[in-house]
Design a binder for this molecule. Structure first.
Ligand SMILES: CC(C)(COP(=O)(O)OP(=O)(O)OC[C@H]1O[C@@H](n2cnc3c(N)ncnc32)[C@H](O)[C@@H]1OP(=O)(O)O)[C@@H](O)C(=O)NCCC(=O)NCCS
Length: 322
């Protein structure tokens, strides 16, 4: 007798209706994917998500097929913005139509939350090329981003640069944070990345962004020892910063690199990046990664000149005007 075909389509359900045991096989697979594709230990993020799932307080949706959880996504809301924090489908269910049905339900769910006027996400683990129109495409903008990586051997060969502007370098310390927030807002004024992440547009937004990367595991564990700031010798103010995290015991990540517009082109970006890479390397990182918007040609040129190579491309998406 032939096995009975299961002809039911996967169904979208609210995440709050599921428990950790139901989600665990999916988290296990997601941990492996992050490890394999990005040298990234996703376990701290999965542990945090499990705690919220246990309390039934994680907002989001799951795609359920029979007894299996095929995929999930969660979101947080901050004022008028909804942020889709993660989006993952198990490989056996990763079809374009499943991905779009989960994404569509999530975007629709967020659009219906009172006061939400903007939705942002960066889909690092989306499996299918985004060839289909996006859900609610009339409100959507898409920006391709690159995930780049460099290895320890290449870092060891980087020569220090003579910076054409008088600065002093310091390891990151909490007391620099307020000035770094001012730096971020100035560095990204009119920049493509502030279309993708609206926190870059204002000083309070930049403060919030820094608070998140320092406190939460989304971009890895913040590494104070791996992060460097440049202080302008004349003004005594922070004029550049390279912030770093560790994403596994043997891999690091550059979470931020920016220089004040007035002093660009003086090799400060190179030197800050080099110093952060050397610090991460001495902390045990065999590889260091970063993400960059594909149209940010100047930054990509800098990263390639340092030895970073593109490993994958993923979309950043924004919905606005609904
Ligand atoms: C990207 C950024 C950090 C570079 O800092 P910088 O101090 O101007 O860079 P450097 O002077 O060290 O330049 C190093 C190399 O990168 C390349 N480069 C940097 N910016 C460039 C630009 N805008 N256009 C073309 N090439 C550029 C050059 O090849 C340069 O090499 P060279 O000195 O031999 O000519 C700076 O432009 C910045 O803060 N930009 C806004 C924020 C940003 O985009 N951050 C990266 C996000 S992923």
């Amino acid at each position: 007798m032939s096995a009975r075909l299961d002809l039911r389509l996967p169904e979208v359900v609210e995440l709050a209706t599921l428990n950790t045991a139901e989600l665990d096989p999916l988290f296990q697979e997601e941990i492996q994917v992050w490890e394999k594709r990005f040298d990234w230990d996703f376990r701290p993020s999965a542990d945090l998500l499990r705690r919220f799932v246990q309390l039934h307080s994680l907002s989001g949706y799951a795609l359920v097929s029979g007894q299996s959880v095929a995929g999930y996504t969660y979101f947080v809301t901050e004022g008028r913005k909804g942020l889709i924090g993660d989006f993952f489908l198990r490989s056996e269910y990763a079809t374009s139509s499943n991905e779009m049905s989960l994404l569509g339900a999530t975007v629709q769910g967020l659009m219906l939350v009172s006061g939400i006027r903007r939705i942002e996400t960066q889909l690092m683990t989306i499996r299918m090329p985004l060839t289909q129109p996006l859900p609610f495409s009339q409100y959507a903008s898409r920006y391709d981003r690159l995930f780049m990586e460099v290895d320890r051997g290449t870092i060891a060969r980087l020569a220090p640069a003579t910076v054409g502007h008088a600065v002093k370098f310091h390891a990151w310390a909490e007391r620099f944070n307020e000035e770094i927030a001012h730096l971020v807002a100035a560095a990204y004024r009119g920049h493509i990345d502030s279309e993708i992440n609206d926190q870059y547009r204002t000083i309070p937004g930049a403060r919030h962004f820094l608070g998140n990367i320092i406190r939460y595991p989304g971009c890895g564990t913040f590494s104070a020892e791996g992060s460097v700031v440049a202080i302008d010798s004349k003004s005594g103010r922070v004029c550049g910063a390279a912030l770093a995290s560790t994403v596994s015991p043997t891999s690091g990540h550059i979470t931020q690199l920016c220089i004040l517009p007035a002093i660009r082109g003086a090799r400060l970006g190179y030197e800050l990046l080099r110093q952060a890479l050397v610090r991460l390397s001495s902390l045990g990182c065999g590889t260091v990664s970063l993400t960059v918007t594909a149209s940010n040609a100047g930054a990509i040129r800098l990263y390639e000149s340092v030895g970073f190579r593109s490993v994958s491309t993923f979309p950043a998406l924004v919905w606005e005007g609904f």
